[in-house]
Design a protein. Structure first.
Lengths: 278, 161
């Protein structure tokens, strides 16, 4: 038998509350569809209030992992091998630290390898949160406006473009991934130099639009940013064509898989400020 | 004060879900805000549950980077459905609660999918399949949480008497 935790208050007719609430949401959606470029106050407020929680959670998570890997795990080793206790502890600690440093070093080197080709100095940032969805296509990073990050700043990994900043607070930013249904990038197919627009749909693959049926695009062709959108610098790797065939209209149907593994991003490089068209 | 509690609880549910989802992938399929809505509709007040659904949905839209209103619409509809089921049926059995929560989760997802399609926005083909998984996980988690709450309350009442 269930037990009530609080007494139920007198209830009016639910429909009288339901209908205005649903109409309110529909009105909200309509307003935004008409004017998608406007900044929405509630989005900004929720982001500002929730951003510190992501930093806290990321810190707690890192701390717990550090304690587990460098203290608890070593205690188990010590119990198994009491005579070599000190040596194992020291060596394991150093080994773990070295492996982590090497992995981080490799990731950062891949990021740095991109920087000579970039028009502005990149800013390294850690991913501290993801939007709560199985189709998450929004990330939160630990760099914000106080570090020079601005709305529309391009965001990259060592593998290539992953998205752009859509909201900032002093110490955090919200990043819209290229797979987001609202995201699009001006791109070129590198081999044929055919320009097109890469559009997200919420799926892991992106659709490459506005390339004519006459173009000879094949699976495996690399796709790079064209720089024509005024946000992403020209020539950055974006993805690879996975499927290409003639469409019913004048344009080909082309699918592109991003180079970057968008589910496993830990560090990113932000280019402060949108890159203007040359 | 009542409405402040309502707003704070909706906010905390979303933050908790984000933190859990960031650390354990499976938690991305758990809709904690829907569990909160169901709690409000079953144990507290069905009208207030509509406001919880509305507010939680708006906050979800904000953190997901979606246009505000999609989740708000879906969650309000889910709150109404749960409220009506709780009003007309005996929802003390765990399996009924499971069906009620999973069903309202599906309804919420479907309404968002329909809105998305009506506005001719690109939608993911994964959406419907993932929504079913989300409904099952959320239904199971919600029924379990409510069963534990009932058990705790029963023990508490027995001790007091």
């Amino acid at each position: 038998m269930s037990i009530e935790f609080a007494p139920k208050t007198r209830e009016g007719r639910m429909v009288y509350v339901l209908i205005p609430l649903l109409l309110l949401h529909l009105a909200l959606i309509s307003l935004q569809i008409e004017d998608p470029a406007g900044t929405i106050l509630l989005k900004k407020a929720v982001f500002l209030v929730s951003a510190p929680f992501f930093n806290l959670s990321a810190g707690f998570s890192r701390g717990t992992r550090y304690l587990w890997q460098n203290y608890v795990w070593l205690r188990n080793v010590r119990q198994e091998n009491a005579q070599l206790k000190d040596a194992v502890q020291q060596l394991s600690l150093r080994e773990k630290a070295l492996v982590q440093a090497q992995e981080e070093n490799a990731r950062l080197q891949r990021l740095l390898a991109l920087t000579p080709t970039l028009p502005v100095q990149g800013l390294a940032a850690h991913v501290v949160g993801r939007a709560p969805s199985y189709l998450s296509n929004v990330l939160y990073v630990d760099r914000g406006s106080s570090s020079g990050v601005r709305v529309d700043s391009p965001v990259l990994t060592g593998d290539g473009v992953i998205g752009r900043v859509i909201l900032t607070s002093p110490h955090n930013s919200q990043v819209q991934l290229i797979t987001n249904p609202d995201a699009s990038i001006g791109v070129l197919v590198e081999r044929t130099r055919s320009p097109g627009v890469l559009k997200g749909s919420g799926n892991p693959v992106l659709s490459l639009n506005y390339i004519g049926n006459a173009e000879q695009i094949e699976a495996g062709d690399p796709v790079v940013s064209s720089g024509l959108d005024g946000i992403y610098p020209k020539g950055l790797p974006v993805g690879r064509v996975t499927e290409s065939y003639k469409g019913k209209s004048v344009f080909r149907v082309i699918q592109v898989a991003p180079h970057a593994d968008l589910l496993r991003i830990e560090e990113v490089l932000i280019l402060p400020g949108p890159v203007k068209k040359e | 004060m009542k409405y402040l509690v309502l707003a704070v609880s909706a906010f905390l549910a979303i933050v908790a879900q984000m933190i859990a989802g960031n650390n354990f992938f499976l938690f991305n399929f758990l809709d904690l805000s829907l569990v909160l809505i169901a709690y409000w509709a079953i144990y507290r007040n069905r009208i207030q549950a509509l406001f919880v659904g509305s507010l939680a949905g708006l906050m979800l839209d904000a953190v997901l980077g979606w246009p505000l209103g999609f989740n708000g619409f879906g969650k309000t509809l889910a709150a109404f459905t749960i409220g009506q089921v709780a009003k007309h049926f005996n929802v003390e059995a765990a399996w009924i609660r499971f069906i009620m929560i999973a069903g309202s989760s599906c309804l919420s997802s479907l309404s968002m999918f329909a809105l998305w399609a009506l506005l001719a926005r690109p939608s993911s083909s994964l959406f419907l399949g993932a929504s079913v998984v989300q409904a099952i996980i959320t239904g199971a988690a919600g029924s379990l949480i409510f069963a534990l709450m009932d058990l705790y309350a029963q023990t508490h009442v027995k001790k007091a008497s």
